[in-house]
Design a protein around this ligand. Structure first.
Ligand SMILES: Cc1cc2nc3c(=O)[nH]c(=O)nc-3n(C[C@H](O)[C@H](O)[C@H](O)COP(=O)(O)OP(=O)(O)OC[C@H]3O[C@@H](n4cnc5c(N)ncnc54)[C@H](O)[C@@H]3O)c2cc1C
Length: 484
């Protein structure tokens, strides 16, 4: 019997690291971050002979991209309903068009470059099992049809009502990123963290591994942009955590599905060598643990053990449109691409194309749609506060020992607030209980045995090494004290 692994199914495959930055460099565009966004942008720019380089602080693809369920679909939960609510039908139609374009572009890249990434065509379902939501799905069907999507209504046994689209896909997200990495390896540096960016007369200086990279344009593809706090970004988005399990099954099916009900159920199949897996996802829970995730999937009758179990966070924007583009339209010096509302496979692909066109001063009809400096949605600017509450509670716990009788202890050591996790061998793992990003407290994530900052989504391993931003720093107890 296989023991459950507390990590993403995609991370079972291994990949060799590329060179580090070990001298000063110069380029036209520096891309920071080697997830699907960074690699897609590097690919588009290099195809046009732009002198672009990419730096990744760990290894390419091993950030949020490695924890995705990697469906390539335009049936995206309540995306169009939400965009219609906060924008209008025309905006929702243009967004849908961009997703269909992205799917076709992604397919073209995989075929042209012969990237071996378990890419398969797949039928997507958008469904409900709540009779009160059927009318919403009927309305959604009418919208999708009127916008030209190739959808049908399907009364599947498992669903009360479902919309079906046959022209969608699924793949292995890391194998895709690694395919791009192989093609572009001469222009990529790994284990190379950007510590700081400073503006100079003729562009930007980026400080990496003690060296400087000079660039005219800098693309921040770090999932949550930092270094700068422009355009009130924290008020335009918040992070949401989802929980994922993968389980061996007998049969592989070419389908993926997501519902529109309050408790999100999303799943897909995956074939890996001789094994078939069902991968399923559910949304945030107040106290996530393996049992509550399983309970959420009881309707599938797969309520037994997972082979893999992990969690992941993505950025949800207040108006449900990604934030892609330039932060300074005069020089297009700093560009960002994030806020994909959990639909990053398509949106990272379209981001690569949009950022390329901005840098090359070309027209692109989607530049206006995704502009990061669009107005705030005042109804939702404080959406991040409930998330921050968990982290604030963690700070208040700081002086108490053995909170709730769990293995996690919040206390003071050497005058510093620390959080301690005592593992199954009674070994203590001590970290500073402050996220270096904005000083929030940390919450222990039981699924992956990591520390989560609920304010903006930074994550640290059990001993405090930063594994996901926006924080750029570790919280190791002894040699800490480094602040942004
Ligand atoms: C549970 C879950 C399921 C999802 N499922 C789907 C799905 O089915 N379909 C879909 O389309 N989307 C899905 N998504 C969304 C998608 O996975 C993400 O939007 C996408 O992977 C984000 O990619 P990225 O390249 O922007 O970020 P990342 O993959 O996180 O890449 C950012 C990179 O930047 C690097 N970095 C950070 N700081 C620095 C620095 N200072 N210097 C150098 N490098 C740095 C990081 O190490 C990282 O590798 C899902 C999201 C979640 C949370």
């Amino acid at each position: 019997m296989m023991f459950m692994k507390n990590k993403s199914i995609w991370l079972d495959d291994k990949n060799r690291a590329l060179k580090r930055v070990s001298k000063n460099l110069e380029c036209d565009t520096l891309i920071i971050g080697g997830g699907i966004t960074g690699l897609s942008t590097l690919y588009q720019l290099r195809k046009e002979n732009v002198k672009a380089l990419l730096v990744e602080r760990n290894k390419c693809g091993e950030g949020v991209t490695a924890r995705s369920t990697a469906k390539i679909t335009y049936l995206q939960e309540k995306e169009y309903m939400n965009i219609r609510k906060f924008g209008n039908v025309a905006v929702a139609k243009t967004y849908l068009e961009s997703q269909i374009l992205a799917i076709n572009k992604l397919k073209k890249v995989i075929e042209k470059e012969k990237i071996d990434c378990d890419f398969v065509s797949s039928t997507s379902y958008l469904f409900t099992n709540n009779k009160d939501n059927i009318s919403k799905l009927e309305e959604e069907y009418n919208f999708l049809k009127s916008a030209g999507a190739n959808v049908e209504i399907e009364k599947e046994k498992k669903f009360k009502y479902a919309i079906k689209a046959k022209d969608n896909y699924m793949f292995h997200p890391l194998k895709y990123v690694w395919g791009l990495k192989k093609i572009l390896r001469d222009f990529i540096y790994e284990n190379s963290k950007v510590e700081k960016i400073s503006r100079e007369d003729s562009g930007y200086n980026c400080y990496v591994n003690g060296f400087v990279i000079r660039a005219k344009h800098v693309v921040i593809a770090t999932h949550y942009p930092y270094f700068i706090f422009p355009l009130l970004m924290p008020f335009k988005c918040h992070t949401e955590i989802s929980y994922v399990g993968a389980k061996k099954v007998k049969e592989f099916k070419n389908i993926n599905a997501i519902n529109i009900d309050e408790k999100i159920i999303s799943y897909r199949y995956h074939k890996e060598n001789k094994n078939n897996f069902l991968i399923y996802l559910t949304n945030s829970m107040p106290s996530p643990d393996v049992k509550s995730i399983k309970d959420n999937f009881a309707f599938l009758n797969k309520n037994d053990n997972f082979d893999y179990n992990w969690s992941n966070k993505d950025i949800i924007t207040n108006d449900y449109l990604p934030l892609i583009g330039s932060l300074d339209e005069d020089s297009n010096g700093v560009l960002v691409a994030f806020g994909y509302n959990t639909w990053g496979m398509t949106n990272a692909t379209i981001a690569g194309i949009i950022l390329r066109d901005i840098i090359l001063n070309r027209q692109n009809k989607y530049i206006e749609l995704f502009k990061p400096d669009r107005l705030l949605n005042w109804n939702k600017v404080f959406r991040f506060l409930p998330d921050a509450y968990g982290s604030i509670k963690a700070i208040l716990k700081s002086n108490k020992r053995n909170v709730n009788n769990t293995k996690v202890i919040y206390t003071k050591l050497d005058g510093q607030n620390v959080a301690i996790y005592r593992d199954e061998n009674n070994k203590e793992h001590i970290v500073l209980n402050r996220c270096p990003h904005m000083k929030c407290g940390l919450v222990f994530n039981e699924i992956e045995k990591i520390w989560d900052c609920l304010c903006h989504g930074s994550r640290y391993d059990i001993d405090g090494k930063c594994i996901e931003g926006p924080s750029n720093y570790d919280i190791t107890f002894k040699d800490s004290g480094v602040d942004q």
